[in-house]
Design a protein around this ligand. Structure first.
Ligand SMILES: Nc1ncnc2c1ncn2[C@@H]1O[C@H](COP(=O)(O)OP(=O)(O)OP(=O)(O)O)[C@@H](O)[C@H]1O
Length: 559
């Protein structure tokens, strides 16, 4: 059934026509209602005598549509004007290059009494029949809007090759509400199309059919073989997009809370060791795929940087990736942050069309794991407070400093979903070749110029085993550059002793210990003690990760 589905698009501008045409629409209907809609007015306006309907259709179709689209274009013609020469109108339609005509706006959709009076005066449906008769006599195709079985048969007799059951106007914020359910619309379509012979194409338009799923449902249970999209093609999706974009602007504070990605090339990953060359090669391979990727490695090995590189060299680069710090998602507001609420988008939805980077994914609570699994499996998210789910397409890149399989509370099914591809970044102590190169890189970053290290300083860096990995190296080098006068010696490196990281892990500076002089020192020391792990540091300092991020930015600690 769906293979034979016929799709027509009501178009009121060159932009809509070309979009529908390039999507493969079987026919385009140039209607004044479509033109009104792209100007923000509802389809109903097409009935108002605000301008000459036919001249207007000819004018915009000639300027923007005819000769530019592959699909046949039908002119929506109004024939209620008693002085109108229908034969001349049809001739003009053919000369302009339309493939066919349709009776639009059909008088039958007017309020019952008005339609009755127009019919009695001979200005209603009879003239629409005449339009179809004249068009088929002159070799033009005719698509007839009908609202009853009698009208459908009369139109077929007049020469219409396509019958389109019009179920009325479509709802939405500027439309009219409809009394039909999809099932009752299908029953009505069946009544109207009863006895219409096979060669005639049978379509439907309007009413409650507002999505491809509903169109498919209606065609499955009715005689209609296809659907013509009007408001469902332009007004309703446009309203939704505008709402989404506006909500995205409203979500800027949330976006600001996650770091913006600036990295677009794998050159950002410094290091010539075999393992770094291999990591860059894997990232290039993975960049143009959509599968989820799990990046593993100890804290500070560059997992988030690698995730950004992956995003930056892939095909979803137009949007900055949305980085979600999983350890900071609390049970209370984590779901709202991930999925959004009735009035605002969550992080996963904000990543739509781009990438969601889930840092330290193993920290997700079981509830949040379930939500992520649904997203990873079906691309569905259900905002908190809403009853239906939304489809969102975003690539998932997760990072983890431990093997998720070693965690009792991390779901195996989620692990297998996220680890469709896995990339392991080795700790810095296993790739000492990278240390001098990274030290120069971070020195250059801090100084704006190539720094110099004494041999003794370099040897010291090479001998240390870097529990905080590249992040720790970066911090030490930046600190050394700040205190050195041009040449970085051993003494500028400070105490590179792993004990500093493990021994002093009991909280705020201990009795007798020298108190850090400023808040900046206090935070820098805590970061150092915690191997630069932001979650643990925030916990030790008794502040939220958000506050810690802000302070890191404020003091340019730039971990
Ligand atoms: N190969 C590299 N080249 C240049 N900079 C690097 C490299 N690896 C890491 N960095 C830098 O080190 C810091 C830490 O990296 P990143 O945040 O990506 O580590 P991580 O593994 O995600 O850490 P965590 O698990 O603690 O979140 C960042 O400033 C990052 O830019």
């Amino acid at each position: 059934m769906s293979r034979d589905f016929r799709f027509g698009a009501v178009v009121g501008s060159g932009m809509t026509a070309q979009a529908a045409d390039s999507a493969g629409a079987d026919y385009l209907l140039a209607l004044n209602a479509g033109r009104f809609r792209v100007q923000g007015a509802s389809s109903l306006t097409s009935y108002l005598p605000v301008r000459s309907a036919n001249d207007w259709v000819f004018e915009f179709a000639e300027r923007e549509i005819l000769g530019r689209c592959k699909a046949p274009v039908f002119a929506g013609l109004s024939v209620s004007d008693p002085g109108l020469d229908i034969a001349a109108l049809v001739d003009r339609t053919r000369e302009l290059g339309f493939s066919g005509v349709c009776n639009f706006p059909p008088t039958s959709l007017l309020d019952g009494r008005i339609a009755t009076v127009l019919d009695r005066e001979g200005l209603g449906f009879d003239r629409e029949l005449e339009l179809v008769r004249q068009a088929s006599a002159r070799g033009l195709q005719a698509l007839a809007h009908v609202v009853s079985n009698a009208q459908a048969h009369a139109m077929v007799q007049a020469g219409a090759g396509t019958i389109c059951v019009n179920i009325g106007f479509t709802g939405g914020s500027t439309g009219v509400s409809t009394r039909w359910s999809v099932e009752s619309a299908a029953a009505q379509i069946n009544r109207i199309l009863a006895g219409i012979p096979a060669p005639i194409e049978k379509l439907c338009i309007g009413g409650p059919i507002t999505s491809p799923e509903k169109a498919l449902a209606v065609t499955r249970i009715s005689r209609a073989q296809g659907y013509i999209a009007g408001s469902t093609l332009d007004r309703i999706p446009l309203e939704q997009t505008l709402r989404d974009v506006a909500e995205s602007f409203k979500a800027i504070p949330r976006l600001a809370a996650v770091e913006a990605a600036e990295t677009t090339a794998d050159a950002a990953l410094v290091g010539s060791s075999h393992s770094m060359q291999e990591a860059r090669r894997r990232l290039r391979d993975l960049a143009h795929r959509d599968d989820p990727v799990l990046i593993r490695g100890e804290t500070g090995t560059g997992k988030t940087l690698a995730a950004r590189v992956l995003h930056g060299s892939g095909r979803r680069t137009r949007r900055a990736p949305v980085v979600i710090d999983c350890p900071s998602l609390t049970e209370q507001d984590g779901s709202a942050l991930l999925l959004g609420t009735a009035t605002s988008r969550g992080a996963l939805e904000l990543a739509s069309g781009g990438t969601a980077i889930l840092e330290e994914v193993v920290a997700l609570s079981p509830g949040h794991q379930g939500q992520l699994l649904r997203f990873a499996d079906e691309g569905l998210i259900q905002r908190i407070g809403e009853t239906s789910a939304r489809q969102v397409r975003a690539r998932i890149i997760a990072t983890s400093s431990i093997d998720p399989r070693s965690s009792d509370h991390f779901r195996r099914d989620l692990y297998f979903r996220l680890a469709a591809e896995e990339l392991a970044l080795p700790p810095l102590r296993e790739r000492p070749d990278d240390i001098p190169e990274l030290a120069l890189h971070f020195g250059r970053e801090a100084l704006g110029d190539t720094p110099r290290f004494t041999n003794a300083a370099l040897r010291r860096l090479l001998e240390y085993d870097w529990p905080g990995n590249v992040r720790e190296l970066r911090h030490i080098v930046r600190r050394a550059i700040n205190s050195a006068d041009g040449i970085v010696g051993q003494r500028h490196l400070g105490p590179l002793d792993q004990n500093i990281l493990s021994d002093v892990n009991t909280g705020l500076p201990q009795a007798g210990a020298e108190r850090p002089r400023t808040e900046r020192d206090w935070i820098a020391d805590a970061l150092l003690r915690n191997g630069f792990h932001r979650g643990k540091t925030a916990q030790e300092l008794g502040m939220s990760t958000r506050t810690l991020y802000n302070k890191i930015n404020k003091y340019r600690l730039e971990v």
